[in-house]
Design a protein around this ligand. Structure first.
Ligand code: COA
Length: 160
């Protein structure tokens, strides 16, 4: 299956910076310690096994996680890898989104673009300005969500 690679440099896209009034701001978890601090919410939202899996993932260098919740229930979550991607070359300071998911009941309401923009804004505060996301040529919802989050098709394709 061919995958499309999208890129966003938020320094070129002032509109990607989230106004503080935008709903669904993300919580960005950058380390197992952060996850411990959020363990109550994480356990309620995901259950024990996914929360433990997340902790393990965060132990690996350059792995982050973000989520947004509504009334105690997750509505969108995603992984972010910093500085590398298995499928294409990215800069040392770049971040790659994926996988990402919006809860079924919240799809089609602009949650993914809003929360991804929010996560980009948080990381921009730490000096990360270039972001990638990739998705299958068949995944129209993700293609639309990526465009609305400020990503542009790089023209690069890879098989996965
Ligand atoms: C891809 C995904 C994250 C988008 O999240 P979202 O919060 O629904 O994003 P948006 O609200 O911006 O909707 C994106 C597109 O989904 C489609 N869509 C609209 N309503 C929808 C619904 N009720 N259910 C599914 N898709 C819908 C539309 O094409 C929409 O784009 P448009 O508004 O420009 O027409 C979500 O569909 C999802 O979790 N899918 C399953 C997991 C997945 O494919 N992840 C991406 C892997 S890279």
């Amino acid at each position: 299956m061919k995958h499309i690679v999208y890129r966003c440099d938020i320094r070129d896209r002032a509109d990607t910076v989230v106004p503080s009034t935008e709903p669904w701001l993300p919580v960005v978890i950058e380390s197992p310690l952060d996850a411990l601090g959020q363990s109550g919410s994480l356990l309620r939202m995901t259950g024990v096994v996914p929360a433990l899996r997340l902790m393990l993932r965060l132990c690996r260098h350059g792995r982050l996680f973000y989520y947004a919740a509504d009334q105690g229930n997750w509505i969108h979550w995603g992984g972010i890898t910093q500085g590398w991607c298995r499928y294409y070359r990215v800069g040392e300071r770049a971040a790659v989104f994926g996988p990402v998911e919006t809860a079924m009941a919240f799809r089609g309401r602009g949650v993914a673009p809003a929360v991804m923009r929010g996560a980009m804004r948080v990381l921009a505060g730490r000096g990360v300005h270039v972001f990638y996301v990739d998705t299958s040529e068949l995944n129209l919802p993700m293609q639309h969500a990526a465009s609305k989050a400020g990503f542009r098709d790089t023209g690069l394709r890879f098989d996965r």
